[in-house]
Design a protein around this ligand. Structure first.
Ligand SMILES: [Zn+2]
Length: 319
């Protein structure tokens, strides 16, 4: 008995640190994928990052989950862009897109929607204390913000509710590349943050407005680089998912019945996103969210007073 215990402890003493080292290595490994002379995607364990090279320095969109990842991203951005980042754009407030911000110089301007900044302060305040507060959004807008940086034009556009109520998309005009943030999960089950104003119902129309923009390729929030066809497939999935929710509400189905009955043809290519003990985005998760939204089990009321932009000198004012 003693021998078995000793052997087990020995194995654990080897396996646990090895697993931790492997996790640490995986988390801090990021890869740069060139999409053109001046534009690239950076991928790893977190939301996808975009980098655009401009004549005055690189611009980075989103920064993943940990400051240590942000440092790896910063190195890739400086290597690709040939200078320090001149601006960060945050597509939305989730930590897997923003918590790497503090790895950048404290003076780096950060752009987001008004709603995103509000969510960061209201839902994630603890993280943004001390030095990190310098990397909170310093320019916020509603509608559209045009950034003219060096030789590039970058359109940051809010097109409606979806994943949250504050997601923006970033259009690199000349490169014809769009970063959608988490408005597009490519072949992955999406998170639907109803508590922060997300809505499956509204998301479908928001994607129509994204598709109306002029671009060729998409860097999604999660999953491989894609295009309009890929985004249309994701929209079809949301339509089918919303129909499940609406049917459940109309027929007064319980959540258990809905989970039992729901089939989604459009989920065939989708993979779950799993963070052990933290989060599981899969079939049951999305069906539950559809049921909660459609039956009114989770109701979102936008807080008052309405959010006001901080600084928006170049606001193109889509309203
Ligand atoms: Zn997200």
């Amino acid at each position: 008995m003693k021998k078995i215990l000793l052997r087990t402890l020995t194995v654990l003493a080897i396996v646990v640190p090895a697993a931790a080292a492997w996790m640490w290595h995986s988390v801090n490994t990021v890869e740069l994928q060139r999409l053109g002379d001046d534009v690239a995607a950076i991928t790893g364990m977190g939301g996808n990052v975009a980098v655009l090279k401009t004549s005055v320095g690189p611009v980075v969109v989103d920064t993943m989950t940990f400051k240590s990842q942000g440092e790896k991203i910063r190195e890739k951005v400086e290597e690709f862009g040939g200078a320090k980042a001149v601006a960060i754009i945050n597509t939305h407030y989730h930590l897997d897109h923003t918590h790497g911000n503090p790895a950048f110089a404290l003076t780096t301007p950060v752009v987001s929607t008004v709603r995103t900044r509000r969510h960061l302060l209201e839902r994630d305040a603890e993280y943004w204390e001390g030095d990190a507060a310098s990397l909170l959004p310093s320019t916020t807008f509603e509608g559209e913000q045009l950034l003219e940086i060096g030789d590039k034009r970058i359109r940051c556009i809010w097109l409606g509710r979806g994943h949250t109520d504050g997601d923006l998309v970033v259009l690199f005009e000349k490169e014809r590349v769009l970063h959608t943030g988490d408005l597009f999960f490519h072949d992955r089950f999406p998170n639907i943050d109803l508590e922060a104003g997300g809505s499956i119902k509204e998301w479908i129309g928001t994607i129509d407005r994204v598709l109306a923009l002029d671009f060729d390729r998409i860097i999604p929030g999660h999953g491989e680089v894609s295009d309009k066809e890929g985004l249309r497939r994701f929209q079809a999935f949301l339509r089918e998912l919303w129909a499940v929710g609406e049917t459940a509400a109309r027929e007064h189905k319980t959540l258990a019945q809905t989970l039992n009955d729901a089939t989604l043809e459009t989920e065939a290519t989708m993979q779950p996103i799993v963070v052990p003990f933290v989060l599981r985005l899969d079939h049951d998760f999305v069906v539950k969210r559809a049921w909660e939204e459609a039956t009114g089990a989770v109701v979102y009321t936008a807080p008052a007073p309405p959010p006001v932009p901080i600084t928006s000198p170049q606001n193109a004012g889509r309203g």
